[in-house]
Design a protein around this ligand. Structure first.
Ligand code: DX5
Length: 224
């Protein structure tokens, strides 16, 4: 059975924020349909990034879907605000949600796709009761908080186990992988079952124009 098309989802964290709109436009011109906005609160992760104003500004300036990755404590407090700001996908960390089922239901009630993210040390088993309810499972292949980190290769079997679990159970959540994704790591991630690759520095800080960076990543995926 042909593998589902793999989508590249650039993360804006590594973009030049002084020209963020232009950077996203370059990605869209290169065929990108979704960009990821990494929201960090300095508590759940040891970094502070962007929040609602950036999502609102991007919603005004691009036709790309906005996949908002909340790396914040108690994300349930901001579901309404990010939905209003224009998020199309809202991903919360299982480690940050006491009432994950309620939060996923809330996200979906606003017409958004609901994603759940797992840090590297978090076992897949936490998804046991919620997997049928989510649209995206985000497997972190770095410890969240920064771009440009080294890919954690021991996450590959975790991705494959999620793929196999979904195949057995008939679940169809996107398998999104995020952290250290580049031309050298992408083939292994795709072979393990990823359907969405989040790439920050490999797209926006690769030392080449965004279009060339996207092309390089796409060639690495299709040639694998
Ligand atoms: C890390 C973020 C990632 C990061 C990826 O906390 O969630 O999306 O931006 O950056 P790269 O692709 O450079 O590892």
């Amino acid at each position: 059975m042909p593998s589902p098309a793999v989508e590249i989802v650039p993360s804006i964290l590594s973009a030049d924020f002084a020209r963020l709109g232009a950077a996203v436009d370059e990605a869209v011109a290169a065929g990108i349909r979704t960009v990821q906005v990494d929201v960090m609160d300095g508590h759940f992760v040891p970094n502070i990034s962007v929040g609602l104003p950036v999502v609102e500004a991007l919603k005004r300036s691009t036709a790309a879907r906005l996949d908002v990755h909340l790396m914040i404590e108690r994300p349930e407090r901001y579901v309404e605000a990010f939905a209003d700001a224009g998020a199309d996908v809202l991903t919360v960390h299982v480690e940050a949600c006491v009432h994950l089922h309620r939060t996923v239901e809330h996200i979906r009630s606003r017409g958004l796709q609901a994603g759940v993210a797992l840090n590297p040390a978090t076992p897949l088993g936490v998804l046991e009761e919620i997997l049928p309810e989510v649209d995206v499972v985000l497997i972190m292949t770095v410890n969240p908080g920064f771009g440009g980190q080294r890919f954690i290769r021991s996450m590959l079997p975790k991705i494959a186990r999620l793929r196999d679990w979904q195949a057995r159970g008939g679940h169809a959540a996107a398998i999104q992988v995020d952290g250290g994704i580049a031309a050298d790591t992408a083939p292994g991630v795709v072979a393990a079952g990823a359907t969405q690759l989040v790439a920050g520095s490999a797209v926006f800080a690769a030392g080449v124009p965004v279009a060339a960076a996207v092309r390089r990543l796409r060639e690495a995926i299709t040639s694998s």
